[in-house]
Design a protein around this ligand. Sequence first.
Ligand SMILES: NC(=O)c1ccc[n+]([C@@H]2O[C@H](COP(=O)([O-])OP(=O)(O)OC[C@H]3O[C@@H](n4cnc5c(N)ncnc54)[C@H](OP(=O)(O)O)[C@@H]3O)[C@@H](O)[C@H]2O)c1
Length: 216
Amino acid sequence: MSTIAIFGANGTIGSRILDEALQRGHQVTAVVRDPAKITTTHPNLTVTTGDVLAPASVAAVAKDQDVLISAVGGGDGPGHLATIKPAAESLVAGLRTLGDAAPRLITVGGAGSLRTPDGKQVWDAEGLPEFLLQIMHAHGDALDFYRSVSDVRWTNLSPAASIEPGERTGSYRTATDDLVTAVDGSSRISTEDYAVAVLDEVEQPRHLGERFTVGY
Ligand SMILES: NC(=O)c1ccc[n+]([C@@H]2O[C@H](COP(=O)([O-])OP(=O)(O)OC[C@H]3O[C@@H](n4cnc5c(N)ncnc54)[C@H](OP(=O)(O)O)[C@@H]3O)[C@@H](O)[C@H]2O)c1
């Protein structure tokens, strides 16, 4: 059993990570801006408030945890630009204040920077709308930042190109920097199976200090 705090625990992806962590018997702290948005009750669940953009808030919730997960998003394109890399910097700054007692950090990333079979990156595809490019590059900038960090145990998990609520199959494939695609060329993962991959990484760390990705 691990102690796990989750920023964004009421979000689309964060709520699945919360459910998967509770189902596996971990002690979970949901860190939210509005506690009313957490409707789950469970003996292993604590709900607290926090702001991922404030290092002191990060340190306060991360203290005494084994793992800190961030599944925050910024809504639209400009919101992501204002949230994702600043959150990365705040998470790392907050964890640094805890020194050797800092928990591992696992963050939800984006698919935009993943390599495609033609040797390009997902965000090089023609015709992508501006808001999506902003979201992709917000995650790319955050990943560049994480890659400059060697004193915090971070892992960044990029979803497949498509991630939507669906079935928990318990099966997925991983890669490091290459988009995971099925034989039909599609790249997708359910939020439930993405959460399985996050909790598998919590329980068996395989990607310390790197980004990896999951898909079918
Ligand atoms: N294929 C892909 O690459 C792909 C696809 C989908 C999503 N994603 C990424 O996955 C992440 C999560 O997506 P999602 O769909 O689950 O997002 P979501 O449903 O919009 O949830 C975002 C969460 O972040 C929280 N949050 C935002 N700012 C915060 C702050 N300053 N402090 C604390 N919490 C904060 C929100 O809290 P409130 O409820 O209080 O606002 C909410 O719980 C995003 O970064 C998104 O870009 C990637």
